[in-house]
Write a protein that binds this ligand. Structure first.
Ligand code: NAD
Length: 498
């Protein structure tokens, strides 16, 4: 199924360096050692930043948009050829099912690389007229920011890396990426392919490293012009604080507690499937997981019955086998956190329902948690408010549309949400009132490279993907071209000159 993938070195200044603390990487699938990695030191992080800085101010700043797109296209072709290896690495390292890596995570990462290689909407500049000065014209340039520091979480390693890398490079920046110390394998494999694709030395640097040290160096460096961070809200706050010692752009893609609203006129069969997909895909370790089911009271019992029946059909097993439905939990710490949160819910009086038995069915030594429903949840319960980041869904009910919207918005998060109903007008009315960066109508989790993603409230600032996501990596330069003939010039100068 999988063995040991060997040694993965960090990619700094165009070299694969043997530097930092050597560490055995454990697979959450069965606890076995799957690779050796190096946790980069703070000095190595500084060296990576210096090399990205020199590369930006050297040749890269003169590169053309079409050259950069060609390199991204080449990279996507190489990754495509090796997609099976990428799927194996991603699943062995994160514990997500091989079915999900093969059919979703890796193909989407490749599609998104291609999207940025072919993106047609982005222009490096546009012309404007100044209504106040008819004899003049303006050029608005979308200039790169310089060095981008990218900090990536452990749950969707390759895709999250691509979401930062591709738009940053396409718009002419250089990049220093810190992968999660828990799941760096696909990003470090990507480094090998970045070199093969022919990106110049220093343009991309990728390291496995610890948050407080390497992440801190990236966030605080005066040579890093922008930080693109994805992770938890509490770490996002720290990054914002650290980065504020300089004036730099920070985008934050943070946690969620996403509401999934089911109206009684929805197609119940589909809505139940969508609710299960919404929370149990990747064992709930997705930022946008639909972790709060908000069901209209009139269909609540029927819905839950159907839900439990379908849950019993989920197939626990070894995630590296194609027919397994349930992913492992990526780290032992996360498994402990899920256990603690569910126990806390139980002690608060919430009903804990676990229809799937995992015992004896999953590889010993791995990290697993059964799909769980927490019923009878109210706002006062901790589990209604805090992100659990595991296969755990809370159930709340409502009677009116207004009440559904109120419960959905009654959270400090605002990342994603869904509305299930056959009434299109109601769906749009409700969707437009939800405080979240994404609202699905009669669906969940589907994402498009063309659509911006991000959070309202404590779920973040800034956007990834789409034209809006690209723009995050640029800054405008307004060039004002005046005409010598302009009468207004005389009037304006007359404000000062006699
Ligand atoms: P995390 O916040 O623990 O870590 C994220 C990254 O930040 C890691 O690379 C980590 O090493 C680094 N880090 C930790 N401390 C740091 C510090 N002081 N300075 C700089 N960097 C530091 O998050 P995680 O546990 O890896 O990922 C799970 C979280 O990420 C969840 O809350 C989830 O909702 C969120 N997430 C959000 C999105 C999104 O698009 N909004 C996507 C995926 C995950």
């Amino acid at each position: 199924m999988f063995g040991n993938f060997g040694e993965f070195r960090n990619y700094i200044n165009g070299e694969f360096v043997e530097e930092g603390k050597k560490k055995d990487l454990i697979s959450p699938v069965d606890g076995s050692v799957i690779a050796k990695i190096f946790l980069a030191s703070e000095d190595a992080a500084r060296e990576a930043i210096d090399s990205a800085y020199d590369a930006f101010h050297g040749k890269w700043i003169k590169s053309t948009l079409s050259e950069r797109k060609r390199l991204l296209e080449k990279l996507s072709d190489i990754v495509q050829e090796k997609s099976e290896l990428y799927s194996q690495l991603e699943s062995a390292n994160t514990g997500k099912t091989i079915r999900q890596s093969t059919l979703m995570d890796i193909p989407l990462a490749i599609d998104h690389l291609r999207y940025f290689a072919h993106e047609a909407e982005f222009r490096e500049q546009r012309e404007i007229l100044h209504p106040e000065y008819p004899d003049s014209r303006g050029i608005i340039q979308y200039a790169p920011l310089g060095v981008i520091g990218a900090i990536v979480p452990w749950n969707v390693p390759l895709m999250m890396t691509v979401w930062k890398l591709a738009p940053a490079l396409m718009t002419g920046n250089t990049v220093v990426i810190k992968s999660s110390q828990f799941t760096p394998l696909t990003a470090l494999e990507l480094a090998k392919d970045i070199e093969k694709a022919g990106f110049p030395k220093g343009v991309v640097n990728i390291m496995a490293g610890e948050g407080g040290s390497v992440g801190g160096v990236i966030a605080s460096s005066p040579k890093v012009n922008a930080v693109s961070f994805t992770g938890s809200t509490s770490t996002g706050r720290k990054v914002l604080n650290t980065a504020s010692s300089q004036i730099k752009k920070v985008t934050l893609e943070l946690g969620g507690k996403s509401p999934n609203i089911i109206f009684d006129d929805a197609n119940i069969e589909t809505a139940v499937k969508g609710a299960l997909f919404g929370i149990y895909l990747n064992s709930g370790q997705l930022c946008e997981s639909g972790s709060r089911l908000i069901i209209q009271k009139s269909i609540r019992s029927k819905f839950m019955e159907l839900m439990e029946e379908k849950m019993r059909r989920l197939n626990p097993g070894n995630p590296m086998q194609f027919e397994t439905d349930i992913s492992a939990i990526t780290t032992r710490d996360q498994l402990d956190k899920i256990n603690e949160m569910v126990s806390l819910g139980g002690s608060e009086g919430v009903e804990v329902i676990q229809p799937v038995s995992m015992e004896g069915k999953v590889p010993p030594g791995g990290f697993y948690y059964p799909p769980t429903i927490l019923a009878g949840v109210e706002k006062k319960h901790m589990v209604a408010n805090e992100e659990i980041f595991g296969p755990v869904v809370t159930i709340q009910d409502f009677e009116t549309e207004e009440e559904a919207v109120r419960i959905a918005n009654d959270t400090r998060y605002g990342l994603a949400s869904a509305v299930w109903t056959n009434d299109q007008a109601k769906a749009l009315r409700v969707a437009s009132q939800i405080e979240a960066g994404t609202v699905w109508i009669n669906d969940y989790h589907l994402l498009s490279a063309a659509a911006p993603r991000g959070g309202f409230k404590d779920s973040g600032i800034g956007r990834e993907l789409g034209l809006e996501g690209l723009m995050e990596y640029t800054q405008t330069r307004h060039i004002f071209i005046s005409s010598d003939k302009s009468d207004l010039k005389e009037i304006a100068y007359g404000l000062l000159l006699p």
